[in-house]
Ligand binder design. Structure first.
Ligand code: FDM
Length: 212
């Protein structure tokens, strides 16, 4: 019998929604229940491309907007072989941000269409499930101040939220909206249930291609 593949599970959402906390908890819970699971995050700041992105996000360098969009996408493509290898080994990947952040953040800038932003990510491994951690701007504000990185302003985050809403209308991607305003454990239980279902459903399916 061939090995069952792992599932590609993505968490998206605006800042302060708790994505990173929930990714960590999900990986831990899956491992505790005997499943093979690992976390990844985008941008992956440790590669050469990732270092360019990191310096841009920390406002230590400036990059032209199209250029940085393509770098974010290239950062996903450079990890594509590793992602596929792990999925084929039966490891489920829990990913903190993916191409949806790429499109939502760039298309929130003036002069960028959704279509132009989606193009470079077409054909990447398609997530079996994308959970969108929903949190209103006022609830996000109650969770404290934004940091000092680029994009961390209320006005920009609102624009990003609207772009995510457009992306969620695309039924070729399996979206699940998660109410992130609840306490950490309730949100976690919800995320875990959806993930267990997605892992079962993906087992015997080939890995899809995003937006193709
Ligand atoms: N971001 C993230 C993008 O603009 N494009 C992308 O493709 C991705 C994956 O980078 F502001 C933005 C989103 C966020 C920042 O922050 C990364 P975290 O704190 O590392 O998630």
């Amino acid at each position: 019998m061939t090995c069952r593949r792992g599932a590609l599970i993505v968490l998206e959402g605006v800042d302060k929604a708790g994505k990173t906390t929930q990714c960590n908890k999900l990986v831990q819970a899956l491992q505790d229940s005997g499943q093979k699971a690992e976390m990844m995050k985008f941008p992956e700041r440790t590669t050469k491309i990732g270092q360019l992105i990191n310096s841009y996000l920390e406002n230590k360098s400036n990059l032209e907007d199209h250029t940085v969009h393509l770098l974010f996408s290239a950062n996903r493509w450079e990890l594509m072989p590793l992602m596929k290898e792990k999925l084929e080994q039966g490891i489920s990947l829990v990913v903190d941000r993916y191409a949806f952040s790429g499109v939502a953040f760039t298309s929130a800038k003036p002069g960028f269409s959704l279509d132009w932003c989606m193009n470079p990510d077409k054909g990447l491994p398609k997530p079996d499930l994308v959970m969108f951690l929903q949190l209103s701007p006022s609830e996000a504000a109650q969770r404290g101040q934004f940091g000092t990185e680029r994009y961390e302003t209320t006005v920009f985050q609102k624009a990003v939220q609207q772009k995510f809403e457009l992306l969620m209308k695309d039924s070729s991607v399996k979206w699940q909206v998660i109410d992130a305003a609840r306490n950490i454990e309730d949100v976690h239980a919800d995320i875990k249930n959806h993930s267990v279902d997605a892992i079962k459903a993906a087992e015997n399916e080939p890995i899809g291609e995003l937006w193709k």
